[in-house]
Ligand binder design. Structure first.
Ligand SMILES: Cc1cc2nc3c(=O)[nH]c(=O)nc-3n(C[C@H](O)[C@H](O)[C@H](O)COP(=O)(O)OP(=O)(O)OC[C@H]3O[C@@H](n4cnc5c(N)ncnc54)[C@H](O)[C@@H]3O)c2cc1C
Length: 541
């Protein structure tokens, strides 16, 4: 029986683990924290799937909306596969115990999300992610009981075991022993989520920092479409995070406005008519940015009963963090970094350009093109996990011996531990976040991107001199260089795309250009970053 090592235990890692185990493949599933603390549990609004086709909706329309939302660069084959599998995925989730909300006719409840022609976001209150993770964890535990899955926590990715473009496993860092070990496997699946922590305060989890993608890039793995960073239009600022006001609030009818001489201007409706508030996120964020004003979200006219029934978490969030009662008053909102359309480049089978190495979920780039539609991400995470699991060959691979490499890396860690010179690593991570936020705002230009690259080059110059800070996890220091390399790849990709499309808006190239109607593939070779443009369905690794 072959063995697969899955790194990351959110929705995509769990879906992949369960599907592999169901095929009789042995799984080791690793992450720093249990699945119940992954970013996936934050998913509030729901999962897209056309379940009944009532009201005129169809799988074909789901495909069309997804391709249009992605601004014509998502691959049709991939999107078709995902949207066609969506109804089965929802049924599968239900069979594993996910409890969806139901309407008065007994059907799974669905709401409208941005960019949809018909409401097709199926939900479990405003806790869809939590419900799904709970069901998947129960199934993983059942398969663990059968000896097919082994779950390991307090374990971080350190690097892949790659030789001659073949992956043989990964080096993993144990927070308990503070050392690395080589774990060999016949296939490796990366499922480490987005790049939130690179940007400091975002709506997402700080566990997701893009380190795995950056480290793999430095080991020869291609990355894709990194410049497409989704700003969610409605968040509220708190000390440590940007808290998401789910799109469900606008799906239920919430309206955006700003004030001008004491009158409300419902700018999205003025620009796009009745469905204006539910335009795709890239468009709403851009419009908020262009108002140059404080924008508010109003749901009070829905009435207290409906608010508490349909969007109770939004009510609680605004009370808790802003002391605003949304059943009476509007809440001030700002767009914030939320989701990453870019990530590890994969083909239709989710294999990377390295043999036996796969990537799934938000860390992989597929399905969303230049902008993701709300509700398509959990779907993509589950679908990609299942596709990768289905394409992994149940074959044994003989691994070379890695003891020399492991001992070298443990030696480097020990040197960092012993060194007298201490530099606060979180301070550098803070400066890095400031640099990427100023260079990669909702609208960017060549000068800002160039300044960002200069900043990163400076931090890269000092990265290996930064030793362990005893008050922080060693992970934060050893991962710094990989995160910096990723940041530079994002900035380079954004510089190369000299047009405005979806979530990549440039003040110096404000128009969409057919010359860039493709995905950006970026590769790393001995310190050189090389970008090229490839049609999505044509990338094979
Ligand atoms: C507030 C919020 C609300 C959202 N709402 C929705 C919604 O309603 N509908 C929707 O479709 N999408 C939604 N999304 C997006 C969606 O939740 C995510 O895209 C999706 O859950 C990603 O799943 P994943 O398995 O790829 O990653 P994650 O759930 O982020 O899991 C990543 C895993 O990798 C681990 N990991 C990270 N780094 C390392 C490392 N270096 N070494 C080892 N392990 C590592 C983590 O600990 C974790 O276990 C929302 C996102 C946010 C932030």
């Amino acid at each position: 029986m072959s063995k697969v090592l899955i790194i990351g235990s959110g929705i995509s890692g769990l879906a992949c683990a369960i599907t592999c185990a169901s095929r009789g493949i042995n799984v080791i599933l690793v992450s720093p924290f249990p699945s119940e603390r992954s970013q996936s549990v934050l998913a509030a609004g729901g999962i897209n799937a056309v379940l009944t086709g009532e009201d005129g909706d169809s799988i074909e329309q789901h495909i069309k909306d997804t391709l249009k939302g992605g601004c014509d660069i998502a691959g049709e084959k991939a999107v078709r596969g995902m949207c066609s599998a969506a109804p089965d995925i929802v049924k599968w989730l239900e069979s594993l115990g996910t409890v969806f909300s139901r309407d008065s006719g007994g059907r799974i409840s669905r709401r409208a999300f941005g960019g949809q022609t018909y409401p097709r976001t199926n939900y479990a209150g405003t806790a869809t992610g939590k419900q799904i993770v709970t069901a998947l964890v129960m199934e993983a535990r059942r398969l663990e009981g059968k000896g097919l899955i082994e779950r390991r926590y307090w374990t971080d990715f350190y690097g892949a075991l790659i030789r001659d473009k073949i992956c043989y496993g990964a080096m993993l860092y144990s927070e308990a022993t503070r050392s690395v070990e080589a774990v060999t496997a016949d296939s490796v699946v990366i499922a480490t989520g987005g790049q939130n922590a690179l940007f400091g305060k975002t709506t997402g989890s700080t566990q997701c920092d893009g380190y795995a993608a950056g480290k793999l890039f430095s080991q020869g793995v291609d990355l894709k479409n990194l410049e497409f960073i989704q700003y969610h239009p409605t968040t509220i600022e708190t000390d440590r995070k940007k808290m998401l006001i789910s799109e469900a609030a606008r799906g239920e009818g919430g309206r955006l406005f700003y004030e001008d001489n004491g009158s409300r201007v419902y700018f999205m409706e003025d620009l796009y008519g009745a469905k204006g508030n539910l335009m795709p996120r890239d468009i709403v964020s851009k419009c908020i940015y262009e108002t140059g004003k404080q924008v508010y979200l109003d749901v009070s006219f829905l009435g207290k009963d409906k608010i508490l029934d349909r969007i109770p978490e939004v009510y609680e969030l605004c009370m808790k963090y802003r002391n605003i009662d949304i059943t009476r008053d509007p809440v001030p909102v700002v767009p914030s970094v939320h989701f990453f359309m870019g990530g590890i480049a994969v083909g239709l089978d989710h294999r990377t350009n390295i043999k036996n190495l796969y990537a799934v979920g938000e860390c992989a780039s597929m399905y969303h093109g230049a902008n993701r539609l709300g509700g398509n991400s959990i779907l993509a995470a589950i679908y990609s996990g299942r596709v990768a699991a289905g394409s992994i060959k149940d074959e044994k691979t003989d691994s070379p011996d890695w003891s020399r490499e492991v001992s070298e890396e443990n030696g480097k860690l020990e040197l960092k531990r012993r060194s007298e010179s201490k530099f606060p690593v979180m301070y550098v991570r803070g400066m890095l976040a400031d640099s990427v936020n100023s260079s990669l705002g909702i609208v960017r230009n060549a000068c800002e991107l160039e300044n960002g690259i200069k900043d990163i080059d400076y931090y890269l110059g000092i990265a290996d001199k930064i030793n362990f800070d005893r008050s922080e996890l060693e992970y934060f220091t050893y991962s710094l260089e990989g995160i910096l390399i990723l940041a530079k790849a994002v900035l380079k990709s954004a510089s190369e795309r000299q047009e405005s499309r979806g979530a990549h808006l440039r003040s110096d190239y404000p128009e969409r250009s057919d010359a860039y109607k493709a995905s950006t593939i970026i590769s790393y070779d001995g310190g050189n970053y090389t970008a090229k443009f490839v049609k999505e369905d044509e990338y094979e690794g």
